[in-house]
Design a protein. Structure first.
Ligand code: ATP
Ligand code: MG
Length: 565
């Protein structure tokens, strides 16, 4: 490809609203342009990278015998009403009406669409195990689209769905997909950790996210140094090492605790450690009033809480609700005589505590010497706490390390939620109707490209991983009017193009401009043809090399083949 004919509008400066380095690079390098908030045009350079990533996916899905297909973007609301997600999915769904007033939506994901096709077209256990996938644009009206391709309102996703007659089949399909995903990310040059994850609004258990460590990441993962434990912080477990020495139960006494609106202030005021305080927080879980207890030095994890309560929505009660329900303001709420609560749940850290401080359900008052079972009851104990960095992991008891990361993929065993609600049955070996067992698999393809950039930034640009680089080789001719240079450049372009994607900078530009642009293209090999062209000598440079190296043209093939494989 001749650069003079290529459309790659580069910029000296990234727009002021670009925060993420990958976003800045893709704008500066002319990979993408924003059309409206969270919606991008993929210019030729960006589209090349996207197509390469899609190619890798297609090859790896072929390898595990999963065929590609494509679903419509425009979906009828009725499909989503059937699964119950039309309301549940919330404000992220783009909804529209056609000229006849029929409600429609732009697909944010496609469980329903695939389940319906299966419901109508798969009849027997003999047709399974089966899995299908598509690479398609998805629409989600994100509250805060940002960081370029990392969180768009329109983005490209690989979404796959598996259909099985037995749990064993599903397990095997899940493992196949997991391994394929590992190969996809490896080939795309994106370092990922498969981590234990939350399955969110999709239902189902056994959820694994592929997390790409990067400073800009919106997620946090907790791992141990041996790699035997890795979880999204939303789900991470840790071992609580605190132990209180047993004490005799003392008399419950009410004390005034003015101006103690935090645990730290309360601990200081009463001169007790935070581990002797039990925090009580009122949550509204769907319609239930749930009082949640946790030891004073720990924090509640609302994702875990949602799972334990099996609630679609959990939120802290507002100040007004709190006052109305408990009679107290924040800080004064507690579990003693908390008859207004539909349920009291507690984190495991609340077990084996003696003579603790709890709110007295009166603003600025606490009870001292409260004891579980004598003074208050707990309906259910569970792990409800947010893990802290440094705490022992639950597998090898090694200190947990936290890393910010980007969720690039998510796979999970869906089970039969969609197939039962939407009537996707098959006849088993005994002729009995059973619901199909599903799995769901997704990669944010455009997000993955941003993750690749985040992980491969160089001082002035990017060092694209070989398999997704827009071009493998970038030939730069220093002087366009020099015949010897032109002859050599054209010859190399022709020879190398037989095997590799070559971009040849044949523009009449200053070398400085060309080199700056080359940093943004980030091809794994840059070949500069300059003064020594007549002597058959050129310069080669990889994006991560500090300096270019001279090499004779007859050694070039060997170098290129070694680098690009
Ligand atoms: P997030 O927590 O980041 O919003 P999600 O849980 O909503 O992600 P899924 O529904 O599991 O995401 O979608 C599958 C994949 O699609 C994600 O793993 C992610 O890589 C990608 N993805 C999700 N939302 C976006 C978005 N707004 N822009 C780009 N990629 C996205
Ligand atoms: Mg989301």
């Amino acid at each position: 490809m001749r650069q003079s004919k290529f459309f790659m509008p580069t910029l000296k400066e990234a727009p002021a609203d670009a925060v993420a380095e990958s976003h800045k690079l893709m704008i500066r390098g002319g990979y993408i342009r924003q059309v409206t908030a969270g919606v991008y045009a993929y210019l030729p350079l960006g589209y090349r990278v996207l197509r390469k990533a899609e190619n890798i996916i297609e090859q790896e899905m072929d390898r595990i015998n999963v065929p590609e297909m494509i679903m419509p973007h425009l979906l009828p609301a009725t499909l989503w009403q059937e699964s119950g997600r039309y309301k549940k999915y919330g404000a992220e769904m783009f909804k529209l009406k056609d000229r006849h007033g029929r409600e429609s939506l732009l697909g944010p994901t496609h469980e329903e669409t695939f389940t319906e096709i299966i419901a109508k077209n798969l009849k027997s256990y003999k047709q399974m195990p089966l899995a299908l996938y598509q690479i398609q644009t998805k629409f989600r009206d994100e509250n805060r689209p940002r960081f370029g391709l990392l969180r768009g309102r329109e983005f490209v996703m690989l979404d796959g769905y598996s259909f099985a007659a037995t749990r064993d089949q599903l397990d095997k399909q899940f493992d196949d997909q997991k391994n394929a995903y590992k190969r996809i990310f490896k080939r795309a040059g994106v370092t990922v950790h498969p981590v234990i994850a939350d399955s969110g609004t999709m239902g189902g258990k056994n959820s694994t996210e592929f997390q790409a460590p990067a400073a800009i990441g919106e997620d946090t993962i907790a791992t141990n140094e041996k790699g035997t434990y890795a979880a999204n912080l939303e789900m991470a477990k840790s071992i609580d090492t605190f132990k209180q020495e047993p004490e005799d139960a003392k008399e419950l006494t009410k004390v005034a605790t003015p101006d103690c609106d935090t645990i730290e202030k309360l601990a200081k005021f009463l001169n007790v450690p935070t581990t002797r305080i039990v925090k009580s927080i009122l949550y509204i879980a769907d319609d239930q009033k749930v009082l949640v207890l946790i030891r004073g030095d720990k924090q509640i994890n609302e994702v875990k809480l949602g799972h334990v309560l099996d609630a679609d929505e959990v939120r802290e009660a507002t100040a007004e609700e709190l006052k109305e329900i408990t009679g107290s303001e924040k800080g004064g709420v507690g579990p003693v005589k908390a008859d207004w609560a539909d349920k009291i749940v507690a984190d495991e850290t609340v077990k084996n505590l003696y003579n603790v401080v709890v709110g007295a359900n009166e603003t600025d008052y606490q009870f001292q010497n409260a004891n579980l079972d004598r003074d208050f009851k707990v309906d259910e104990f569970a792990d409800l706490r947010t893990a802290n960095e440094g705490e022992p992991d639950p597998v090898d008891h090694l200190p947990l390390k936290f890393t910010t990361s980007i969720e690039v993929g998510h796979i999970f065993k869906l089970g039969t939620y969609y197939t039962t609600t939407m009537g996707a049955d098959f006849l088993d070996q005994n002729g009995k109707a059973q619901p199909v067992i599903m799995g769901s698999y997704g990669i944010g393809v455009t997000r993955m490209l941003s993750a690749a950039v985040e992980q491969h930034l160089t001082e002035h640009g990017v060092a694209w991983p070989k398999e997704i680089a827009p071009f493998a080789i970038h030939i730069i001719q220093m002087k366009i009017n020099n015949d010897e240079q032109t002859a050599l450049a054209e010859k190399l372009e022709k020879d190398l193009s037989a095997k590799y994607d070559v971009l040849y900078d044949d523009r009449k530009e200053r070398p400085g401009v060309k080199f700056n642009d080359a940093d943004l293209v980030g091809a794994p090999i840059r070949i500069t043809i300059g003064r020594k062209a007549a002597d058959g000598i050129v310069e080669v440079k990889r994006p991560t090399d500090e300096k270019a190296t001279e090499i004779s043209v007859d050694k070039l093939d060997e170098f290129v083949n070694k680098e690009l494989g």
